[in-house]
Design a protein. Structure first.
Length: 158
């Protein structure tokens, strides 16, 4: 089997397994047959970078009123105003919401970094797997059952 035939068979198998209830294609970068899963590192990188910038800016800007809001709430409460308790409660709620948004931005950025690295590893594994299968076609390596005592490789060769 040639490399092109093996590659086409692997792509067809992957495409058959990846159909999501025959969902229509919406990605303009996909191949015309829809057989390939396409994820561009530069696009993922841009999204991850914007999430990182949002995280850093929100971390600074989201906390700018924390000290003064807390001080005002405490001062109003000590002067006997109910508004002080409400202001302190609003400040606490705001801090929790900013923290939740910060965690979401960090999660997006970290996940996209992981996705890019994982995709690269997967691509390297596929290249190595196909290279080994192509190379092994040119050599007659005897197996255990032929009595030469040489073990056949098992699993990925990486």
């Amino acid at each position: 089997m040639s490399f092109d035939e093996e590659w086409a068979a692997l792509k067809a198998d992957a495409a058959a397994r990846m159909q999501l209830n025959q969902a229509p294609m919406r990605d303009p970068h996909r191949s015309p047959t829809g057989a390939d899963l396409v994820a561009y590192d530069d696009e993922l990188g841009k999204i991850g970078h914007f999430a990182y910038l949002l995280h850093n800016n929100l971390k600074a800007d989201g906390a700018h009123a924390r000290t003064t809001t807390g001080a005002a709430g405490t001062s109003l409460t000590s002067d006997g105003f109910e508004t002080g308790k409400a202001l302190s409660s609003a400040g606490t709620a705001w801090s929790k919401q900013v923290g939740t948004l910060l965690a979401a931005c960090a999660h997006i950025s970290n996940h996209l970094d992981y996705t890019i690295a994982s995709k690269k590893k997967d691509d390297e594994w596929v290249v190595a797997k196909l290279s080994v299968s192509t190379i092994s076609d040119y050599y007659n390596v005897p197996g255990r059952d032929e009595g030469h005592g040489l073990p056949r490789p098992q699993g990925p060769v990486i």
